[in-house]
Design a protein around this ligand. Structure first.
Ligand code: GAR
Length: 187
């Protein structure tokens, strides 16, 4: 099975969904490492409690290239072959993306190519869109710009706020991400 590394910055609910997906019989991947740029990320403690190796380091005081070399070394020392970003809120450098080209995916809370970047739900509501959603895509040098591997769509309802829409989309993220990662790694 393919060894997956997951990068998080916070809650880690998508990381949890990926871990749970890895435990389904016949899963093509296992989670070899959960790494975070935020040592206090809630998801790290959960992963450690599951017996999964973790790497936690703040980039503070380090040049980006040096910081990313440490992440790279941690991933490689755990035999990681593919990376899933799961609420990792830091831009990866072009050099890092090039080193892992075609081997990094991300989940983004919009129907790409709409609403790259931040505040996706507020922007979709503001625009009067009928639907929001989430996308899993290959990570390239262009922010939220790589090939889309799968999407889920949810209705935007009257009275929705960014928070209520985020909750509805998040439930779909948890189903979509493990399914698409499994499919991607079975290719
Ligand atoms: C998720 O909604 C994810 O799509 C989004 O952050 C949330 C992380 O939640 N990602 C981005 O906005 C990436 N730019 P989680 O930590 O519970 O998975």
């Amino acid at each position: 099975t393919h060894k997956l590394g997951i990068l998080i910055s916070g809650r880690g609910s998508n990381m949890q969904a990926l871990v749970e997906g890895s435990r389904v019989p016949g899963s093509p991947y296992s989670v070899a490492l959960v790494a975070s740029d935020k040592p206090e990320a809630a998801g790290l403690a959960w992963a450690a409690g599951q017996g999964i190796a973790t790497f936690a380091r703040s980039p503070k005081g380090l040049a980006k290239a040096d910081y990313e070399s440490q992440i790279d070394a941690a991933l490689r020392s755990h035999g990681v072959e593919a990376i899933a970003l799961a609420g990792y809120m830091r831009l990866l450098s072009d050099a890092f993306v090039a080193r892992w080209r075609g081997h990094i995916v991300n989940i983004h809370p919009s129907l790409l190519p709409n609403y790259k970047g931040l505040d996706t739900h507020a922007r979709a509501i503001e625009a009067g869109d009928s639907h929001g959603g989430c996308s899993v895509h290959i990570v390239t040098e262009e922010l939220d710009g790589g090939a889309v591997l799968g999407q889920s769509k949810v209705p935007i309802l009257p009275g929705d706020t960014a928070d209520t829409l985020a909750q509805r989309v998040l439930a779909e993220e948890h189903k979509l991400y493990p399914r698409i990662v499994a499919q991607w790694l079975s290719r």
